[in-house]
Design a protein around this ligand. Structure first.
Ligand code: GDP
Ligand code: IMO
Ligand code: MG
Length: 427
């Protein structure tokens, strides 16, 4: 029963889409277990580039069944436009399964996300504005709308009315916006019901049966460890659990079933949105990483903040996820630097600290302590084995592995499926 979790080890955008797609050919199910269309996963197949937001990256592999688990939040209008876009490009999406327990991002959740951010002003989180936080808030407050509610109009109406009771007070009295009419929301949601129906399934049962039959199931995380609501840089986080435990709750599979947890790790660091980022660069090196690495958000088009590799974060990701492997991505982007600094520890108020501080205040004060490694200038994009890499690139990878606490089992040297060095097989 091989169940693998593949997740972001930093602040998202590590290359999870590419890694999932690469493994897609050897797995039977690819499952999203949290988040929603705040994710932006780029997959390059041959000369075709796909940007996926809500759909699991396994959708591009015909043999694989893509699953949207109960822990995901689904905006049906986004789902349909993503499905339409793929269908127009000849991708068969008919195998998709969606949990009836997944919560729906309603139009009012999107409105609340945007007005809340505006209200926060310079204290804003820098969310993607897709309604993620307010939808999870409704779920926890037990006023959320689930996919299955679309099939009982009376329950749907009662639930939408209950959710809007409080929200309309906030919208009109605090945020100075117009009230949202429950009837209109219900009408819009009901237009999605028929088209969604063929995809809706008891995904918990299906996935557990698949594991009993020795099928291979891959859980694809959105976002990343440092954006986790419990383990990330709260409050500058997303509202779900991208960390490994999230795969269990977000898909209904017990922890004893998980055999491998793979952390996707960029060879440097990026972040989108607000919040502390100790190795962030504000100089030409930061600009160069952004330019060479193409570091622009797939979902919002925002420039990503860029910085050197941070081993403290990688060690933390190993710990909170129980990582068994790393997939190191974008090593090719570092080609051409004479020397590459790597953050090995922090200095906080004059003291050297080796591990991520649990206190937000300390983390805001963390200054990176760098070790500098020699760079390389040879093109590495054609490398197929570890031995093909220049000596200094090999040493860089080995140093990162030693600092990060788990073996680096694959290395990305370009965005394409085949631009990957496989060291240990994942399945
Ligand atoms: P995700 O959100 O983790 O799936 O990552 P994104 O798709 O948002 O961002 C990663 C970007 O890096 C995408 O444009 C990928 O095509 C690209 N990418 C992934 N792996 C590599 C790699 O090894 N080298 C290079 N140059 N690009 C890569
Ligand atoms: P993938 O899956 C990078 C960030 C947002 C913001 C914070 C909260 O492509 O790695 P939200 O809309 O989730 O409430 O925003 O989280 N964020 C991401 N950053 N990659 C992502 O997804 C992200 N999804 C959300 O920028 O700082
Ligand atoms: Mg992304």
């Amino acid at each position: 029963m091989p169940a693998l979790v593949l997740l972001g080890a930093q602040w998202g955008d590590e290359g999870k889409g590419k890694a999932t797609d690469l493994l897609g050919g050897s797995v039977d199910y690819v499952v999203r277990y949290q988040g929603g269309n705040n994710a932006g996963h780029t997959v390059v197949v041959g000369d075709q580039k796909y940007a996926l937001h809500l759909l699991p990256s396994g959708i591009l592999t015909p043999e694989c069944t893509p699953v949207i688990g109960n822990g995901v939040v689904v905006d049906p209008s986004v789902l349909f436009s993503e499905l339409n876009g793929l269908n127009e490009r000849g991708v068969d999406t008919s195998k998709l399964l969606i949990s009836g327990n997944a919560h729906i991002i309603t139009p009012y959740n999107v409105t609340v996300d945007k007005v809340t951010e505006r209200f926060l002003g310079k204290r804003k989180i820098g969310t993607t504005g897709r309604g993620i936080g307010p939808t999870y808030a409704d779920k926890i407050n037990r006023v959320g709308i689930r996919i299955q509610d679309l099939y009982d109009e009376s329950i749907l109406t009662q639930k939408v009315e209950a959710a809007l009771d409080v929200k309309n007070q906030l919208l009109t009295k605090l945020y100075n916006r117009r009230a949202i009419e429950a009837g209109q929301v219900v009408e819009e949601l009901l237009t999605y019901a028929d088209r969604l129906k063929p995809y809706v399934a008891d995904t918990v049962l299906i996935l557990n049966q698949a594991l009993e039959q020795d099928k291979v199931v891959l859980f694809e995380g959105g976002q990343g460890t440092l954006l986790d609501i419990d383990h990330g840089t709260y409050p500058f986080v997303t509202s779900s659990n991208p960390t490994a435990g999230g795969a269990c709750t977000g898909a209904g599979v017990g922890p004893t079933k998980i055999s491998r947890v793979i952390g996707i790790l960029k060879a440097y660091t990026t972040r989108v949105g607000s919040g502390p980022f100790p190795t962030e660069l504000f100089d030409e090196d930061g600009d160069a990483l952004r330019r060479i690495g193409g570091e622009r958000g797939v979902t919002t088009g925002r420039d990503r903040r860029c910085g050197w590799f941070d081993a403290v974060i990688a060690r933390y990701a190993t710990r909170v996820n129980g990582l068994t492997d790393f997939f190191l991505t974008k090593l090719d982007v570092l080609t051409g630097w004479e020397e590459i600094p790597v953050c090995v520890a922090y200095e906080i108020d004059g003291k050297r600290v080796e591990e991520l501080p649990y206190s937000q205040t300390d983390f805001h004060h963390a200054k990176p302590v760098y070790e500098t490694l020699p760079g390389w200038s040879e093109d590495i994009t054609k490398a197929k084995t570890f031995a093909d890499l220049p000596k200094n690139a090999q040493a860089y990878v080995k140093a990162l592995e030693d600092m990060s606490g788990a073996p680096i089992s694959a290395i990305g040297v370009g965005p394409g499926r085949d631009e990957t060095i496989e060291i240990n097989s994942f399945i």
